[in-house]
Design a binder for this molecule. Sequence first.
Ligand SMILES: NC(=O)C1=CN([C@@H]2O[C@H](COP(=O)(O)OP(=O)(O)OC[C@H]3O[C@@H](n4cnc5c(N)ncnc54)[C@H](OP(=O)(O)O)[C@@H]3O)[C@@H](O)[C@H]2O)C=CC1
Ligand SMILES: O=C(O)[C@@H]1CCC=N1
Length: 269
Amino acid sequence: MTQRVAVLGAGKIGEALLSGMIRAGFSPTDLLVTTRRPERAEELRARHGVEAVSNAEAAKTADTLILTVKPQDMGALLDELAPHVPAQRLVISGAAGITTAFIEQRLAEGTPVVRVMTNTPAVVEEAMSVISAGTHATEKHLVHTEEIFNAVGKSLRVPESQQDAATALSGSGPAYFYYLVEAMIDAGILLGLPRAQAHDLIVQAATGAAVMLRDSGEHPVRLREAVTSPAGTTINAIRELEKHGVRAALIAALEAARDRSRELASGNG
Ligand SMILES: NC(=O)C1=CN([C@@H]2O[C@H](COP(=O)(O)OP(=O)(O)OC[C@H]3O[C@@H](n4cnc5c(N)ncnc54)[C@H](OP(=O)(O)O)[C@@H]3O)[C@@H](O)[C@H]2O)C=CC1
Ligand SMILES: O=C(O)[C@@H]1CCC=N1
C-alpha cells in the first residue's frame, strides 16, 4: 500500500528532505507539502512536482506527517492540526528542542510521535539524523522514520534525553565548520593570498580532513599528530590555538547550544 508523506512547513530542512526522498525513489505523487506563503508553495511545486495543500488537508490525507517548522511556530501548527489528525497517524518532528511530550500533549491520546534532529548536509545526502521515539512510537514507526531520513544521509537512534546534546553537536555542527573555514580564509588574506585561492586551499584541506576522519578509522589525535612535525610549522599554530583557549571555547559553545535547545522545549523560544 502506498504511504503518503506530508512535509508541513517546507522551508530549508523540509525541502532538503523532500528532494532527498525523491532522489531516493519516493514518488512526488506520494508527497505533500504545506507552506505559509503561496509563492513558496508554487516554488516547491515547480521544483519537485509535489502537491501543496493546507495543513488540515495534509493531516487528513497523509499517513506520515513531518513537521519542519521553527520551534517557535510548533505550538500554533499543532493547535491547527489537532482537530484533523486521525488517531495512529505517525507524526515526526524535526524541530530543535521540541519534545515528543510537547507534541503528544497537543494531539489525540496514543498518537505515535518521533523526534528527529537532522542537519543541512541533507542537501548533499550527508546528513546525520538523530532519532528518538516518543511514548507511543513503536519499532515500525522508527523503521519508517529511518527509511525517510536515510534518503538524505545516515541516522542514529538515541534516547530522547540525548537529543539536546545531539542538536548541539550534529544539528548545529555544520555551522561551526563553516565558521572555522571562514576564519581561516581571513587568515589566508592576512598572509597575503588572494581570497579565491585562500578559499580553495582551505576548502580542499577541510574536505580532505573530513574524508580521512570518516574513512581512515584513525582517532583525530593520531591524524593531527601525523601533521605535526617536531619543530615544524603546525606545532606553532597549535600553541596559538591552545593559548587562545580554542578547545575551551568550543566546549563552552556546544554547551550553550545544548542549553538553548533545552530552552526551546517550551515552544515559546
Ligand atoms: N537549518 C538547520 O540547520 C536545521 C534546522 N532544524 C530544524 O528544522 C526546522 C526548520 O528549520 P529551517 O528549515 O531552517 O527553517 P525555515 O524557516 O527555512 O523553514 C520553516 C518553514 O515553515 C514555514 N511555516 C511556519 N509556520 C507554518 C505553518 N503554520 N504552516 C505551514 N508552514 C509554516 C515557514 O514559512 P515562512 O517561509 O513563511 O516563514 C518556513 O518556510 C526548525 O525547527 C529547526 O530547529 C533542524 C536541523 C538543522
Ligand atoms: O540553529 C538552530 O536552532 C537550528 C537547529 C539545529 C541547527 N539549526
